[in-house]
Design a protein around this ligand. Structure first.
Ligand SMILES: Nc1nc2c(c(=O)[nH]1)N[C@@H](CNc1ccc(C(=O)N[C@@H](CCC(=O)N[C@@H](CCC(=O)N[C@@H](CCC(=O)O)C(=O)O)C(=O)O)C(=O)O)cc1)CN2
Ligand code: MET
Ligand SMILES: [Zn+2]
Length: 784
């Protein structure tokens, strides 16, 4: 089966494909293998073997589900940690500080690869940041004028050959050259005005070399992922378009020995980039028809290409309306030289297989499609497109019936919830003036200058996780489990008192995850057992399924927070996750506007804040680390998003008294673009990741006139490195140099759940010592 109308000069593109597949394994096999290697429990050869086994099982599974074994339908898209890091290592584009990791053979071994990802001793890892509008995080390459660029790793070729030896002709997937450089940042020693894109010609020539080697190994198609083309970034569009033209002119130049190229543009709309992309010499273009739209008719260059229509949502878990998708596909006939069916994005954003979820309500299951079900959907659509609807009539009818069932199932539309959101007025979204709040809060809390606090979680020790797993299996009673969590809370409170922090936390021991925990307690959500999705490296989450109207049957956090508060005279922060983050890190229903769902969650949280306040909690933090994540990739779509997202936060937080201090926390993103929205959240105190960027955010906050409390992170919690007091003092002095010390808070970059106590305790001791030093210095200066 090949794409309909395929031009005969190029190898046939498969009629059905996916842009990528989960890499972590149905039971997180890769996570376990990688973490065992890190712990020194296994060697590199064992890890290589586990990864090869997983790659083989993945290919077999995809063939079983109907993707072709011999037509490049099965993507080869594996990674030990991250695909952007893989591209950097393929190009040998490694920062100077890791130069010694390159072996005599010019290659970086697995241990070296992980050192670049995770850091080591005083060597900082590559920075990590969000991958487009997803909860996946990639490593940011650092490119300067002198960064080496050469073909340094042939893993893509080896993995292709390995599959071929198994009888599967795969399609290697690489981050495209333009996207690679657009996602990179200038190396720290690069001169002003340097842009990573300045190295495009060199990067492109390495890709050309790699494509030639892939062709020599027998590859017929290669996929180059260029999602940067669907996002408005800092680099002007005309510069990006020129880069695309140049790169693909080189890669497709006459006489180049290479596989046919599929240029993939997932996550959005190609928009103004379309004419440029259509005019390149690539043989196929994959587009996202869930987030983006069809190309205009008659685009020059498209008549000789295969249009790979991403109609099946790769980023969410709802079963597709197959009949509607077929309509959409049929409408595309004639737009391009040929038409193929695909997912909108790689499937690595969704779990493996809904059949694993034996504890889910079968009715809900019938509305869902995880990765394996989506492969089947793509294959069905391709059959329908190629052989007519009759050939797939049963599948279409089943999908239609499931959708109809979902529309009228109980809980999907709850009148009481809808009445409450419909009755909201402007008044429900605003709090009184910050100045009066500030005075009332200072009166109540009596905090010192430069108050110290943490972001919420303390290390999730293996004892905690093992206890929770035993409780889930029914081997540990609820009483015993909760007693263990209370003991942990008591320990964490005592530790914070000992360290001398000013505003304490309960430590979040009872939470499996900051979103899943709330999803388990709210109506309208379901949670999975095995639905793990990679968030970064070996870290995974199980996104919850938000399927119905959301409401709060009972208080969710009050007893844990009040227990912690009962142990200490110091204020303990209540700790909640905000509406946008709950939505961003769940699979959200696609049948009501996001703003409606955000208000439903906002109201549930508003009730929780009221209960915490009534129970005597004086400080409440509502985390919104994903505020930037859902920001639409095109600037034109951003204002509408910022409007509903900010409103849902203020809806959640504006019901409390002036003397209750509301905090928020943001991390994992460049926040420059949403700085006015952060201001509009109107939180009394905002903690924000800043250690790695050395407080860069502060001048930007000052620029928009931000006048409330701010806690720029002074300690990078992403690596086990313990910062010394002098280093933290230096960052604090930098901060004091750009904001009024009167509004400054002292805290780490983020929660400590992924850290161990060995590094957490000394780091926090140094943080408190540094705060005291700067506090005294500032007081002495003020007295002069
Ligand atoms: N949802 C979400 N997205 C986020 C973040 C976040 O905290 N949550 N933080 C940012 C960075 N991303 C992160 C994503 C995951 C983790 C993380 O720590 N994940 C843990 C799992 C957390 C979890 O769900 N824990 C559960 C289940 C733990 C588990 O694996 N249990 C074992 C059994 C227990 C054992 O033997 O350890 C099992 O099920 O097999 C629990 O504590 O109950 C991991 O991959 O290891 C951290 C940061 C951005 N996005
Ligand atoms: C990813 S943001 C994390 C915030 C949360 N309160 C924690 O400390 O873990
Ligand atoms: Zn954080």
């Amino acid at each position: 089966m090949t794409a309909t109308g395929q031009p005969s000069t190029t190898p046939a593109f498969p009629a059905a494909t996916i842009l990528g597949y989960p890499r972590i394994g149905p039971r997180r096999e890769l996570k376990r293998a990688v973490e065992a290697f890190w712990a020194g429990k296994t060697d590199a050869a064992t890890l290589e073997q586990s990864a090869a086994d997983l790659r083989r099982r993945t290919r077999e599974r995809l063939a079983e589900l109907g993707l072709g074994r011999d037509d490049a339908a099965i993507p080869s898209a594996h990674s030990f940690y991250d695909q952007v890091l893989d591209a950097a290592v393929t190009l040998g584009a490694i920062p100077d500080r890791f130069a010694d990791l390159v072996g005599a053979d010019g290659e970086i071994d697995l241990a070296g690869y992980f050192t670049i990802a995770r850091g080591e001793g005083q060597r900082a890892p590559l920075e990590m940041t969000k991958w487009f509008d997803s909860n996946y995080h990639y490593l940011v390459p650092e490119i300067g004028p002198d960064t080496p660029i050469r073909l340094a790793s042939r893993r893509a070729v080896t993995e292709f050959t390995e599959a071929l030896a198994d009888g599967v002709l795969t399609r290697p997937v690489l981050v495209g050259p333009v996207t690679f450089l657009l996602l990179s940042k200038p190396a720290s020693d690069a001169p002003a005005g340097f842009s990573p894109l300045d190295r495009l010609a060199e990067v492109t020539s390495v890709y050309a070399e790699l494509l030639a080697e892939l062709a020599a190994a027998g590859a017929t198609w290669v996929q180059l992922d260029e999602p940067a083309l669907v996002a408005d970034g800092d680099v002007p569009a005309d510069v990006v378009h020129r880069a695309v033209t140049e790169t693909y002119a080189t890669l497709t130049a006459d006489g180049a020995a290479r596989p046919a190229i599929l240029l993939a543009a997932p996550y959005g709309d190609l928009g103004a980039a379309w004419p440029t992309v259509a005019a390149t010499g690539v043989e196929a273009v994959a587009i996202d028809l869930v987030k983006g739209s069809a190309p205009a008719a008659g685009l020059a260059g498209l008549e000789t290409k295969t249009l790979v229509a991403g109609v099946v949502d790769g980023h969410n878990i709802w079963r597709a309306d197959l009949a509607g998708k077929l309509d959409q596909l049929e409408a595309l006939t004639g737009t391009a030289g040929a038409l193929a069916v695909a997912t909108s994005t790689s499937l690595f954003h969704v779990p493996h297989d809904v059949a694993d979820e034996t504890a889910l309500d079968p009715r809900l299951v019938s509305w869902l499609a995880f990765a394996d079900q989506k492969v089947t959907e793509v294959v069905t659509l391709a059959t329908g497109l190629g052989s007519g609807r009759d050939a797939v009539a049963d599948a279409l009818a089943t999908a239609t019936a499931a959708l109809a069932d979902r529309a009228q199932a109980p809980g999907v539309a709850e009148p009481a919830v809808r009445e409450r959101t419909a009755g909201l007025t402007d008044h429900d979204f605003h709090r009184g003036s910050h100045e009066s709040r500030k005075a009332a809060q200072q009166q109540r809390l009596g905090l010192p200058l430069l108050p110290t606090t943490t972001i919420g979680s303390f290390p999730q020790t293996s004892d905690i996780r093992v206890a929770r797993a035993a409780h889930a299996r029914g081997e540990l009673s609820t009483e015993a489990y909760e007693e263990a969590m209370r003991a942990e809370i008591a320990r964490v409170v005592a530790l914070q008192e000992e360290i001398g922090l000013d505003v304490l936390v309960h430590g979040e021991a009872e939470r499996n995850d900051m979103v899943q925990y709330f999803a388990e307690l709210l109506d309208g959500f379901a949670v999975t057992q095995h639905g793990w999705v990679q968030s970064y490296g070996s870290r995974c989450t199980r996104p919850s399924i938000l399927w119905g109207d959301v409401s709060r049957p009972e208080p969710m956090t009050v007893r844990w927070t009040t227990y912690a508060q009962s142990l200490t005279p110091k204020p303990v922060k209540g700790m909640l996750t905000g509406p946008v983050t709950i939505m961003a890190w769940s699979f959200v229903r696609d049948d009501v506007p996001l703003g409606e769902t955000a208000n439903q969650i906002g109201l549930a949280l508003r009730d929780e804040l009221a209960d915490l306040e009534a129970a005597g909690v004086a400080v409440i933090q509502v985390d919104e680390p994903a505020l930037r994540e859902l920001l639409p990739l095109r600037k034109a779509d951003q204002p509408a998003y910022l409007d509903w997202s900010v409103k849902s936060f203020t809806l959640a937080t504006s019901g409390v008294r002036p003397d209750t201090q509301v905090h928020t926390h943001l991390c994992y993103s460049e926040f420059g673009e949403v700085i006015s929205a952060i201001d509009a959240l109107d939180a009394d105190v905002t903690s924000i990741e800043a250690a790695r960027s050395r407080m860069e955010i502060l001048p930007e906050l000052t620029r928009v006139g931000f006048s409330r409390g701010v806690g720029p992170g002074v300690y990078d919690i992403h690596s086990p490195r313990v910062p010394d007091t002098a280093e933290i003092t230096e960052l604090l002095e930098l901060a004091v140099g750009s904001v009024d010390p009167d509004v400054l808070w002292v805290n780490p970059d983020c929660g400590l759940k992924t850290r161990g106590y060995a590094e957490t305790t000394p780091s926090l001791e140094h943080l408190v010592a540094a705060a005291r030093e700067v506090r005294e210095r500032v007081a002495a200066t003020a007295a002069l």
